[in-house]
Design a protein around this ligand. Sequence first.
Ligand SMILES: Nc1ncnc2c1ncn2[C@@H]1O[C@H](COP(=O)(O)OP(=O)(O)O)[C@@H](O)[C@H]1O
Ligand code: SF4
Ligand SMILES: [Mg+2]
Length: 315
Amino acid sequence: MKQPIFTLENGSVRYGHGHPDAVSDVTVRLYPGEILGLVGESGCGKSTTARAMLGLVPLSAGRLTLHGTPVNPHDRRLRAAVQAIFQNPAASFNPRRSLLDSVAEPLRVHGQGTARQRRERALEELDRVGVTAQMAARRPNEVSGGQCQRAAIARATILRPEVLVCDEPVSALDVSIQAQILELLAELRTEQGLAMLFISHDLGVVASLCDRTAVMYAGRMVEQGAATEIAGNPRHPYSVALQDAVPSLDLSDGLAPRIRTRTGADDVDGRLLPGCRFAALCPSATPECTAAAPVLAELAPRHEVACHHPFDPAP
Ligand SMILES: Nc1ncnc2c1ncn2[C@@H]1O[C@H](COP(=O)(O)OP(=O)(O)O)[C@@H](O)[C@H]1O
Ligand code: SF4
Ligand SMILES: [Mg+2]
């Protein structure tokens, strides 16, 4: 097994004192050229995990490693190696500047080339992601959401990062445009060997794009494994419930409905109760489940589940 390029190990994040952990003890490993899908309902901690990996929020516990070595979130190496795209690309661009200027900006920040060379490189990069020179001269509010997301991808890849963190990059786009952006991301992985963390609340999208899938629930990682395994043979009761909520995993049939389930995380005065956070909703819960939190354990090779009573597909 190859060594991961980039990891978050046992990471926890809390937004201020008196708040419970937004994510607790979460480990994410990204391998070269691999797309890891991160799924779970709204509020489960996907974006917080992404922000922690980008050094945008501090870890209250845990660490980041790059090529096996611990790395400080403010390290320049991390900035160069790990780039991001987000749900709303227009919000991350300066509204008064052209797409071209914004895409060339990272080169300027890193002191690369002359202004003219930077422009040429940016045009090249934009062309590669399907944005014409004519479009590139426009401002973010003068182009479509899809064009803007393409430009955001060009800006993220212009410094040739090793890792791309994608936080719901297609969630705000029309279905037909989504498919194009997903295709572009798949191409980038193949052509540049980019590793990606791909966050979505849409299991169908994740099943179509990703090699592995990680499922989060209420701030914890509950299951991880090959995307086909998680889609076809989920073992955590929450993943099973997610699967049941999705009538079709086939992207060609259109998008799966957005996943909406109540959170089962009981909290009292801002403190989370001990035990499994899914216990209040879980059909398989026993007293053991509310007494002690389950930890991720390998049920099958490369398939990890955090549950005292994993779902048995063939009882
Ligand atoms: N800036 C913030 N300040 C306080 N709480 C936050 C902030 N951002 C997120 N949270 C809380 O952290 C938890 C995880 O949120 P988030 O990571 O955004 O989830 P997701 O991306 O899966 O929807 C939620 O309970 C959310 O309310
Ligand atoms: S640990 Fe218990 S409550 Fe939690 S998911 Fe597993 S069976 Fe359900
Ligand atoms: Mg989010």
